[in-house]
Design a protein around this ligand. Structure first.
Ligand SMILES: [Zn+2]
Length: 200
């Protein structure tokens, strides 16, 4: 049997185990609540992790988070019909490796997990890889993705036009709009501040 657990401050064996809930804020919006045990000395009030058990719990939690990331990314690829064979060709991450990581048969590398997160956030990076990282093609892919995203987010408020004597809905909208600033709100909607409007 292992030695009796004693308080490192006063040497008392009157220890109580208290469990604290801690939230780990992971990446990709994945949070994890874990229960971390602490020892509390009933004599001197010392609180801490005497036997270093917490480290294992946190290690386990981080590996659970990795599984969550892999699930999230793989489900996203399936949902978006992104071909695993294409990912393997493009970034050299074999599907069987992903499956092993997902099933906990082998531990993912930190670089592998980081790559998956990037592909989840910027899936067009797969296309960049497929184009052999050609600089000009890659810039085009990036810019068209960004512009498309921007266009999708634009909702023009017809009041902005009507107050200037134009109707955006009447079909006779024949105006050049000059915007002096564009900004994306947190909801990804676009704010355009109109500088001036002129008839073309
Ligand atoms: Zn103590």
């Amino acid at each position: 049997m292992s030695e009796k657990k004693l308080c490192p401050v006063c040497g008392s064996d009157k220890l109580d185990s208290i469990v604290q809930k801690e939230t780990i804020n992971g990446d990709l919006g994945k949070d994890l609540i874990i229960e971390v045990p602490h020892d509390k000395c009933m004599d001197c009030g010392f609180e801490g992790d005497i036997c270093g058990e917490n480290e294992k719990i946190i290690e386990k939690a981080l590996s659970t988070l990795n599984e969550k990331y892999i699930d999230e990314v793989l489900n996203f690829f399936i949902e978006k019909k992104i071909n695993f064979a294409g990912i393997e060709r493009a970034v050299g991450l074999p599907q069987r490796t992903l499956t092993k990581w997902k099933n906990g048969i082998s531990s993912p590398t930190a670089a592998g997990i980081a790559l998956l997160k990037y592909l989840r956030i910027f899936p067009w990076l797969i296309e960049v890889a497929e184009q052999k990282y050609d600089f000009n093609i890659s810039q085009k892919i990036f810019v068209s993705e960004a512009v498309n995203m921007l266009l999708k987010s634009i909702t023009l408020n017809s009041n902005d036009f009507e107050k200037n004597g134009y109707s955006a809905t009447a079909g006779n909208f024949n105006t050049t709009v000059y915007a002096n600033s564009f900004s994306l709100t947190q909801e990804n909607t676009l704010n355009i501040n109109f500088l001036q409007q002129g008839k073309s």
